[in-house]
Write a protein that binds this ligand. Structure first.
Ligand code: HEM
Length: 129
């Protein structure tokens, strides 16, 4: 007998539909909130492609299906962010936007805490200034 595996963050978020809801809210907020205007300006005029790419990436990153890798191969995330000047201010805007999106989705407190730490590690790694 083996103990059942603990559910992944992907499952705890509600699978693909939960991740999609989070990503859509994240980019809606980036579009709406003046506090995130700095990072919004780095993105293309329409956010449709950004939404899809972050959704595909996060599904795999959270322990679900590797939708990004299936479409684009290895994410090379840091290299893909090099064209954008990302310093502490940009990292913190990205984090605040994601934390607001998680909060509005009423994600379980312990899960939100864990995801905040993981997001921070990745966002900080993206800094190139
Ligand atoms: C630290 C602050 C960050 C800034 C300012 C930033 C900004 C951007 C920008 C401007 C793009 C291009 C969007 C597009 O081509 O549509 C992008 C792409 C992307 N970002 Fe970030 N990002 C940050 C952090 C993160 C983090 C923490 C993650 C993951 C947890 C992430 C995941 C992605 C992914 C998957 C893409 C698409 C890559 C591709 O296939 O081109 N980003 N980001």
């Amino acid at each position: 007998m083996t103990a059942p595996a603990a559910p992944t963050p992907f499952v705890r978020l509600g699978g693909e539909s939960g991740v999609r809801t989070l990503v859509d809210r994240f980019y809606d907020l980036m579009d709406l909130e003046p506090a995130y205007a700095g990072i919004r300006a780095m993105h293309p005029g329409t956010l449709d492609g950004s939404r899809d790419k972050l959704f595909w990436f996060l599904c795999g990153w959270l322990g679900g299906p590797d939708l990004y890798v299936q479409r684009h191969g290895h994410p090379r995330l840091r290299a893909r962010h090099l064209p954008y000047a990302i310093g502490i201010a940009e990292r913190d805007q990205w984090m605040a936007c994601m934390m607001q999106a998680m909060h509005e989705q009423a994600i379980d407190e312990a899960l939100a805490q864990r995801l905040t730490e993981s997001f921070f590690g990745t966002a900080d790694w993206m800094r190139n200034r």
